[in-house]
Write a protein of this length. Sequence first.
Length: 197
Amino acid sequence: MGTEEVLAGVGPRLRQMRKEREVTLAALSEATGISVSTLSRLESGLRKPSLELLLPIAQAHQVPLDELVGAPAVGDPRVRAEPIHRHGRTYIPLTRQPGGLQAFKVLLPHRAVEPEPRTHEGYEWLYVLSGRVRLVLGEHDVVLAAGEAAEFDTRVPHWFGSTGEGPAEFLSLFGPQGERMHVRARPKRAGAEEGGE
């Protein structure tokens, strides 16, 4: 619906709302401080609605402003993604658009499997929500606990999976080559002792 159509519907809506509440133009004028003639012209469409006129009317009727202008209802914000089951894992897509940055919630079963590192174009960022996730990246073999994150170039041989200690959940952001996530964290100073300086 275009702006002109929305504005054209305001007058009839104002008249209907006032009639339903059995309020006279004179009473509404007294409540809002807007003259009877201005209110009448507004309801008949001879006067364009403005914020200065609509706000006091909305307050007088005790309704949200969008009810006066007939704003379209906000769509359902829930993401209804179909889970993808692959290699014993469940991937829940959190983004809808093809290409660019993709986000997934990944559920790992509790059983451990033998790592099979692979490579492909792209860049990945992992954030562990619960449980522990084993990440094999090049020569590194690390375990990430809840609240920990990792980022890496997917051209480096990599694999991630369960540690075998229980199920795990993590968020995965995957983007095209050259697209990086930025984690703001201060690195530990070289030579600093554990637990103090």
